[in-house]
Design a protein around this ligand. Structure first.
Ligand SMILES: [Zn+2]
Length: 330
């Protein structure tokens, strides 16, 4: 094991320096990558016992066995733009690894609930996104080597590290973009968790409002797919009412006709970016404006990148978005 770790370390340092030399002349097109090629940085790869995880690949319909860190690499590549700061990518790696570990039976997990026999699946809609090496090669083209090197730094630079609360792997949630604050898990999922508090998130200029417009008929048709109660398409404004807001400023519940539903259900029904929404009724149509993207619980990936940009380490980022956790080897 010791020799294995040292071999990876030597190979990694060599690769980092080698890539630095090669890309020193061409790497200017991506300023976010400069930090990857710090030849002084020594990556210590902690010794692990090479846990193997079983993943259901939703693209091929097959179960695949992968070494943990190789799996984490595919998740970080699939879940976060590689142009993000290295500390944000490291935070993503720890979050991805924590989710995987928390699903393993030997750590008290129950596996992927959609796919018996799998610890996790490769879909962002269920466990977390994972992409194979071929997709990275296709997506990154001639930049593959430098991007892949940066990913390896994020993953092997945090190898084995996960987030724990009271000694156990936490239940991991993260999302793309908050509305400037994160959400209490209890507002979105079935229960609150002590490490998901409402905290500020530095999205900054990325916080724009996005509008999606439905004709009154479309709005009524979508509603009637879920509820029998009919709505009058000619008088929508008087039949729709926002009832209140969560502590993070997102909508808590909305009443439509005689039905009151959670904002998270309304978001799902109408395919909205987030539950931070406002409705604007026009002549024959309604426009729903949203802020942020995702459920808002846990780390905001954009917020993590802003923190990295401002000099935060991956530990700073994780301890901000996951309050009271410890970061330690699994
Ligand atoms: Zn799954």
């Amino acid at each position: 094991m010791r020799r294995y770790a040292r071999t990876i370390l030597v190979a990694f340092v060599f690769l980092t320096i080698f890539t630095a030399v090669i890309t020193g002349f061409t790497g200017e097109d991506d300023p976010g990558l400069k930090e990857t090629f710090d030849p002084d940085e020594i990556i210590i790869v902690p010794e692990t016992d090479d846990i193997e995880i079983t993943m259901y690949n939703h693209r091929t319909g097959k179960l695949e066995k992968l070494p943990l860190e190789e799996y984490v690499l595919g998740v970080v590549a699939g879940e976060m733009p590689v142009s993000y700061g290295i500390e944000a990518l490291k935070a993503q790696a720890v979050a991805a690894r924590t989710l995987a570990i928390s699903r393993l039976k030997r750590f008290g997990g129950k596996g992927c609930s959609n796919n018996p026999g799998a610890d996790v699946c490769s879909s962002y809609a269920h466990c977390q996104e994972w992409i194979p090496l071929e997709s990275m090669q296709k997506n990154w083209g001639s930049s593959f080597d430098k991007h892949y090197n940066k990913l390896k730094q994020a993953v092997y630079g945090t190898a084995g590290l996960i987030m724990k609360y009271e000694g156990k792997p936490i239940e991991v949630f993260y999302h793309s973009t908050s509305n400037g604050k994160t959400e209490d898990a209890g507002e979105v999922f079935s229960r609150s968790l002590p490490y998901y508090k409402v905290v500020s998130s530095p999205e900054g200029a990325d916080l724009t409002r996005t509008g999606v417009t439905f004709s009154n008929k479309e709005f009524v048709d979508i509603f009637s797919r879920y509820y029998k109660n009919s709505l009058d398409p000619n008088n929508l404004a008087s039949q729709v009412k926002i009832n209140g807001y969560t502590n993070s400023g997102r909508v808590k519940s909305i009443t439509i006709g005689r039905i009151t539903l959670r904002a998270t259900d309304f978001r799902m029904m109408y395919g909205l970016n987030s539950t931070d929404f406002t409705l604007q009724f026009g002549k024959g149509s309604v426009t729903i404006y949203t802020k942020g993207f995702g459920h808002g619980v846990g780390m905001s990936q954009v917020g993590a990148d802003r923190m990295a940009e401002a000099g935060s380490t991956f530990e700073d980022i994780l301890l901000h978005y996951y309050q009271g956790v410890t970061i330690e080897h699994y």
